[in-house]
Design a protein around this ligand. Sequence first.
Ligand code: NAD
Ligand code: UFG
Length: 336
Amino acid sequence: MRVLVTGGAGYIGSHTAVELLEAGHDVVVVDNLCNGSEVALQRIEEITGKGVDFARADIRDREAMDAVFAKHDIDAVIHFAGLKAVGESVGKPLAYYENNVNGTLVLCQAMEAAGVRRIVFSSSATVYGSEAPVPYVETTPRGTTSNPYGTSKAMVEKLLEDLVVADERWSVTLLRYFNPIGAHPSGKIGEDPRGIPNNLMPFIAQVAVGRRDELTIFGNDYETADGTCERDYLHVVDLAVGHLKALEVAGDPGISVYNLGTGQGISVLEMVNSFTRVTDVPVPYRFGARRAGDLPAFWADASKARKELGWVAEKTLDDMMTDTWRWQSGNPEGYR
Ligand code: NAD
Ligand code: UFG
């Protein structure tokens, strides 16, 4: 297949491009580089020994997207491009709806015009909202999202559902990711946040490499085993393989939804301790106040992906820590 990967110069997109190329697919990347790097694309080529066609373009630019579809005979789209900082989205809702919702709208219009009706979308566990029973299961309806980022994901899911209702030729797969971490085992590509990391794993890695003094653990008075929040962390390479499976197995017309997670909750404190145990590098931390909007604990029921896609998260927490550290210690300033 020739696959258009939007956001392919970013964290999850670059890892997915590697898995696609290694499985024999061709990859075309569209990215405006607002949070991605062209170096990531070079590294993908180093890892796989294969070329990536790259168009520096914005998915909201209809002319540019039409040109991409005219130039390449695309079979399917994996759609990662979007903004993803939960906190930032609260202050900039218009930017988030513009990029994530309107961006997807324009992308789908360009796909429709080109006769490409197969899309795999990067959704998030956040669409279950705060009331859903844990573990989250796909049969639970979307809940009330608590920030514009989450709402934009829920809106795009709905937009794509409506598309399938209107035209049964469309094939839509919604992948709801839990907490992707880690890096490619080569150490050549990984997560490279700009500015202060919002997420736990890159923050731990930057403290370990000396870019930040200490980690603040947001809250240790939750009703969990050790008082810190629990999440379902999965290795980004497993997540990338999940996209490959979705593309190869779930290609029938209609809509399908899958959780991609390990099915296991790990606490913040356990994360810090395992990083130090595996890498032997200390991570100074202190306990701080709870972060607004955080839920105490959630993880995936990942049995549907196992049954229908034949996908399971295979890598261990130790793999996640080892690979994060190989990437961060080899690239202390990321791609810069
Ligand atoms: P990322 O920021 O590393 O990658 C996104 C890429 O999209 C970047 O390279 C960026 O430059 C590009 N981009 C953004 N807006 C664009 C636009 N309008 N046109 C063209 N390119 C654009 O993020 P990521 O962690 O790789 O996440 C990928 C997707 O997965 C996002 O949609 C995100 O919301 C979703 N997701 C991520 C997580 C996570 O924890 N990382 C969890 C759930 C869902
Ligand atoms: N945490 C800290 N200190 C930090 C950063 C995070 O203690 O410096 C804690 C958080 O409070 C939380 C846990 O680490 O308890 C994980 O936080 P992340 O920000 O890494 O991940 P979240 O679960 O909050 O958010 C992730 C994605 C979102 C997505 C959400 C739900 O980043 O895109 O999962 O799927 F919406």
